[in-house]
Design a protein around this ligand. Structure first.
Ligand code: SAH
Ligand code: SF4
Length: 395
């Protein structure tokens, strides 16, 4: 199906039931859900799958937001669609560009809430760091987002909408009627923005399915990485239902330290986590799990930590690469970044033990866009210590 295909004739039925309380947003619906919505709107059942495919391609292949531009649908049908549906993505409130080219967007979602989205250009590729929640239920002590209460989960439409928004800003939709991306400015997605993606599993899954769909945004599952703080019961599902790459916010080599840094460790401790990682389906040497390890001065950055880290991974036989993240400070943050020499020494131990140990280059620090610095400007209220402690207990 291309844009230049002949206009197809639609056999219309009388709309059976129009959506109550306003139009339905098509963005974020799975293919099946879109088909069902069309039937509900009055599209003939035997045509609905084909119509959904056509509309899908307009929305996700060419970035079209106006039904009237869908030239392979009849004019009358386009008008009907326009009556019943919208194609809406989050609104960009502000955009900041760092001196290193990193772009940070503040986008507004329904209810007036705001989340941050970060685009990181690199040689020959570009990564979009996407948010999955407004705030976070977890309270990792080194993370800025963790000081913001969970406001709500993002819908699948709001998650994939961040990708569409960035593609608009980068002006990267393929020419209508063609399917190839010239530049691939946005070639990778990381679910490493605000929120814990595995506490919003279904919406994250549906959004990533859309990102991977070959008739649309077309990103391979190998170019999508989901980062979790360690929600063990949802990890196997991630492999089975999304199939993307997994990154784990590891950050410590003893339960004592991890309980403080990543309080979810009190519920699923290191041993439980490592066992789950060892049995993460489809793990092979070409598909390693990324261990994220934030370097905090005097807290988790000793030689002993490095040796313990590789021993834990080795003993559990996990194909892994270790991504060392220099700590990014934020207003009021209780930690300091390890020195460059310390980070390099740590990396060397990990590397000598046979694991790749890249040091993540902080990007967009001047605009507070680096890892762990995100927090929506409108939600600055800090949690009380009591609240944090209550939630850290995790029931
Ligand atoms: N909630 C998920 C994904 C978002 S956090 C998770 O915790 O994995 C993305 C990554 O940034 C995680 O590895 C997190 O531990 C790291 N991070 C958080 N705060 C940071 C900070 N201040 N400096 C550096 N990295 C940080
Ligand atoms: Fe939430 Fe991840 Fe930040 Fe922890 S590191 S508070 S899980 S966003």
């Amino acid at each position: 199906m291309t844009a230049s295909a002949p206009v197809t004739q639609d056999v219309h039925t009388i709309p059976r039931k129009l959506p109550e309380g306003g139009k339905v947003n098509l963005v974020g619906l799975t293919r099946t859900a879109m088909r069902d919505a069309l039937i509900e709107q009055g599209t003939a059942e035997k045509q609905a799958k084909m119509r959904a495919n056509q509309i899908w391609q307009w929305i996700y292949q060419w970035g079209v937001r106006d039904f009237h531009e869908m030239t392979n649908l009849s004019k009358a049908y386009r008008a009907e669609l326009d009556e019943a549906f919208t194609i809406e993505i989050p609104e960009v409130v502000s955009k900041q560009v760092s001196e290193d080219g990193t772009r940070k967007y503040l986008v507004r979602i329904a209810g007036g809430h705001e989340v941050e989205v970060v685009y990181i250009p690199e040689d020959g590729r570009g990564t979009l760091c996407v948010s999955s929640q407004v705030g976070c239920t977890l309270t990792c002590s080194f993370c800025h987002t963790g000081t913001q209460k969970l406001v709500r989960n993002l819908t699948a439409g709001e998650i994939i909408g961040q990708v569409m928004m960035a593609r608009d800003d980068l002006d990267e939709w393929p020419e209508r009627g063609t399917r190839t991306y010239e530049a691939r400015l946005l070639s990778n997605i990381v679910l490493m923005g605000m929120g814990e993606p595995l506490y919003n599993f279904e919406n994250v899954r549906d959004a990533m399915k859309i990102a991977m769909d070959p008739e649309g945004i077309q990103l391979s599952r190998r170019r999508i990485t989901l980062s979790t703080s360690g929600v063990v019961p949802e990890m196997a599902r991630t492999a089975e239902e999304i199939g993307c790459q997994l990154a784990i916010s590891f950050h410590a080599t003893t339960d004592e330290v991890r309980d403080v840094l990543v309080p979810i460790n009190k519920r699923w401790n290191l041993e439980t986590l490592l066992e789950a990682l060892a049995s993460y389906p489809k793990v092979s040497n070409s598909e390693r799990i990324t261990f994220e390890y934030v370097m905090l001065k005097g807290v988790n950055d000793s030689d002993e930590d490095a040796h313990r880290l590789v021993k834990l991974i080795k003993d559990h036989g996990i194909p892994a690469k270790i991504n060392l993240i220099p700590f990014n400070e934020w207003p009021g943050s209780p930690y300091e970044r390890s020195s460059n020499n310390r980070i390099r020494a740590f990396a060397e131990i990990v590397y000598q033990a046979g694991y790749s140990s890249p040091i993540r280059k902080p990007r967009g620090e001047d605009i507070m866009a680096a890892c762990g610095q995100l927090k929506s400007a409108t939600e600055r209220a800090r949690k009380s210590r009591k609240q944090i402690e209550a939630e850290a207990g995790l029931g």
